[in-house]
Design a protein around this ligand. Structure first.
Ligand SMILES: [Zn+2]
Length: 377
């Protein structure tokens, strides 16, 4: 516990990066190696400049999960010189509520054969509660990068603190979009307006500190302008446990958060099915405009195996993967006023399973698979 607190305060110090000045950004030019043949920056230009292929690929060690003993009460402070960007304006009425999928225009939904593209959003949650470390499924991210696929990651604030290099790698990858998944996976349906605001804001602070560190490193390599293009504001979020209340939906909309759910739960009941069965189920349920829920922490066991089957099949069927924000720009969101997994009310049990307003392990149905892990990775 003490070791964890010490590690966290060290991390905050390590991340103390001065804000970049506009003139410094303008002065640094993109190197030729960062550009594709088209003249546009390569999606992995920042990645390859800041990390070695080996660091990016990761290893089995990234997938270790476990308890950290007592809940970690430490919260992040903005590093010196780092400020939180202004929140966007309130979400327009048509986008309020929990978005389950997007209705695309007919040409893009595949109803007119050969016209338009069939777009879906692959989304990955990076959940981590106050008393566990949830790991990073390096094989999933490597697969997305190999296939050059776009995706959205909803990152828990505490997950970003426990996995800072991985969080920065995801931020730096131009294929990917980042969203907020609350600080310690708080169940927003059980929280007051102040508690909801705190869950979101602490994750924003952690994101801002890491983004400042990313900008500092990029500037040192002459890639400041490229890094500065990476989003400074988290504008999409995912409800932990998919749980919401009218209060939570109103508070999130007022603070400029678009709430993203899913119409396809990729890993649901994974203990009961083979990856082949889970991939086949996803293929049955996916349609143009779908949003698919998965995880890129290392808690679910079958995500990588599912994707190895699913991704080639999606390509064969003419699907294009886009970020959630891109999908929203292409059509009309379909919303509900109460979040759920596959049928309304099917997530109410999480209110009781996870104590501390949802922020604590254990989940009796999913005990830790590994021994406790040391806090410093
Ligand atoms: Zn989650």
């Amino acid at each position: 516990m003490r070791r964890l607190a010490a590690f966290c305060s060290m991390l905050v110090l390590c991340l103390a990066a001065p804000a970049l000045s506009a003139s410094a950004l303008a002065a640094s030019a993109l190197s030729a190696s960062a550009l594709a043949a088209s003249g546009k920056p390569r999606p992995d230009a920042l990645l390859s400049a800041l990390w070695t292929p080996r660091e990016l690929a990761g290893s089995e060690a990234d997938r270790v999960i476990g308890a950290v003993g007592e809940p970690d009460p430490g919260v992040p402070a903005l590093a010196p010189g780092v400020t939180l960007p202004e929140r966007p304006a309130a979400v327009p009425r048509a986008m309020q509520g929990a978005i389950r999928r997007v209705e695309l225009p007919a040409a893009a939904s595949g109803k007119e054969v050969g016209k338009g593209r069939k777009a879906i959003a692959l989304t990955f949650d990076l959940c981590e509660r106050a008393n566990n470390v949830a790991g990073y499924e390096n094989r999933v991210i490597n697969l997305l990068r190999e296939r050059n696929l776009r995706a959205t990651f909803f990152a828990g604030g505490k997950w970003m603190r426990s996995h800072p290099e991985k969080a920065m790698q995801l931020m730096a990858d131009a294929r990917f979009e980042m969203g907020n998944h609350a600080w310690t996976h708080g169940n927003l349906a059980l929280m007051t307006r102040e508690e909801i605001a705190s869950q979101m804001r602490l994750a924003e602070i952690q994101y801002a500190n890491l983004r400042a560190e990313l900008l500092r490193r990029a500037e040192a390599k002459g890639l400041g302008p490229l890094a500065a293009q990476r989003a400074g504001v988290l504008s999409v979020m995912r409800l932990p446990y998919g749980r919401s209340s009218e209060l939570a939906l109103d508070a999130l909309a007022a603070s400029g958060y678009v709430v993203i759910q899913w119409d396809v739960d990729g890993e649901g009941d994974e203990e009961l099915h083979t990856p082949e069965e889970l991939a086949a189920r996803a293929l049955r349920l996916l349609k143009p405009g779908s949003i698919m829920l998965m995880h890129a922490n290392a808690v679910p066991q079958k995500t990588f195996a599912i994707l190895r089957i699913l991704l080639p099949e999606l390509k064969k069927r003419g699907y294009e993967t886009v970020t959630v924000s891109e999908l929203l720009r292409r059509g009309r969101p379909q919303t509900v006023r109460e979040g759920y997994f596959t049928t309304p009310g099917d997530n109410l049990q999480y209110d009781a399973i996870f104590p501390g307003k949802g922020t604590l392990k254990p989940d009796p149905a999913r005990p830790f698979a590994t021994e406790p892990v040391p806090p410093a990775q």
